[in-house]
Design a protein around this ligand. Sequence first.
Ligand SMILES: Cc1cc2nc3c(=O)[nH]c(=O)nc-3n(C[C@H](O)[C@H](O)[C@H](O)COP(=O)(O)OP(=O)(O)OC[C@H]3O[C@@H](n4cnc5c(N)ncnc54)[C@H](O)[C@@H]3O)c2cc1C
Length: 278
Amino acid sequence: MKQLHVTGPSRRKFLKLAAGSAAIAAISEPAPVQAQITTKARIVIIGAGAGGTALANRLVRRLVGAQITLVDPRKEHLYQPGLSLVATGLKPAGYVVSRTTDWLPSEVRLIQEAAVAIDPVAKTVATADGQTLQYDYLVAAPGLALDNDAIEGFSLDMVGRDGIGALYAGPEYAEKTWQAASKFSETGGVGLITRPETEMKCAGAPLKHTFLIDDITRRASNRSKAEFVYAAPQGALFGVPIVAEKVRMLFADRAIETRMHHKLQSIDAGRKRAIFAD
Ligand SMILES: Cc1cc2nc3c(=O)[nH]c(=O)nc-3n(C[C@H](O)[C@H](O)[C@H](O)COP(=O)(O)OP(=O)(O)OC[C@H]3O[C@@H](n4cnc5c(N)ncnc54)[C@H](O)[C@@H]3O)c2cc1C
């Protein structure tokens, strides 16, 4: 049986529906009215991050009678785009942290355990505490794992010391990154910003960090004491050509040097040296 969804969403429901990249489209165009579907499907979603949470909200709106289960050991939801603001002192660390349950409709069951195994033949997911979840449909949305060990000589406990920053690993590290960056914006020196060769959570984040720290250093009238170098393994500053060209022009305007085709291999924290694969 199909039902038409006709009621307008409340602001909170709208925000839930629009979570993630769908937000821009939903704000610029009215959401199309979609038919609801009645089903007894058991849907398991691994990961209650931006993707899993947004999908769970959408499914609740579309499906009547479905059993939707999210599996994630983390109680907190991290608004990761906000890490760029924490790492530049514009927001406190707590700005990016909320409770996962704040974003879930009551129809969704949240199991606060890690998924440890999937059996696609039996259609089950095993959790760390020994539960076996049956599914008809499975969505795996566990996000990306950071490979900090890929940089020789680097570990997360170094962040915030010896001028080292790394903003991807969470609010604590973004805050420590600001401690190092804030000192740099006062004293100057060589500010080296890198990005990995692999896929990453946000290719714009190192660019945003470069622009913001440059701006903060200028506002503190210390820009003449600072040298900015942006080094990346890729041949362009961004994957979308028109954006790459705009960033190239803005970097030139702001005297931010670039070293393309440079893959960071290791760091020597004591001597403040970065060694590249070439
Ligand atoms: C610094 C930074 C800046 C960013 N800026 C932007 C931006 O400006 N615009 C933009 O669109 N995007 C931005 N992003 C990217 C955006 O945050 C990610 O694309 C998005 O969070 C990915 O969502 P996800 O659901 O795939 O993964 P995540 O949000 O990382 O969620 C994955 C979830 O899976 C859980 N999980 C992992 N393993 C298991 C397991 N075995 N069992 C159960 N659960 C598990 C984790 O606990 C986590 O909650 C940024 C990211 C960073 C780090």
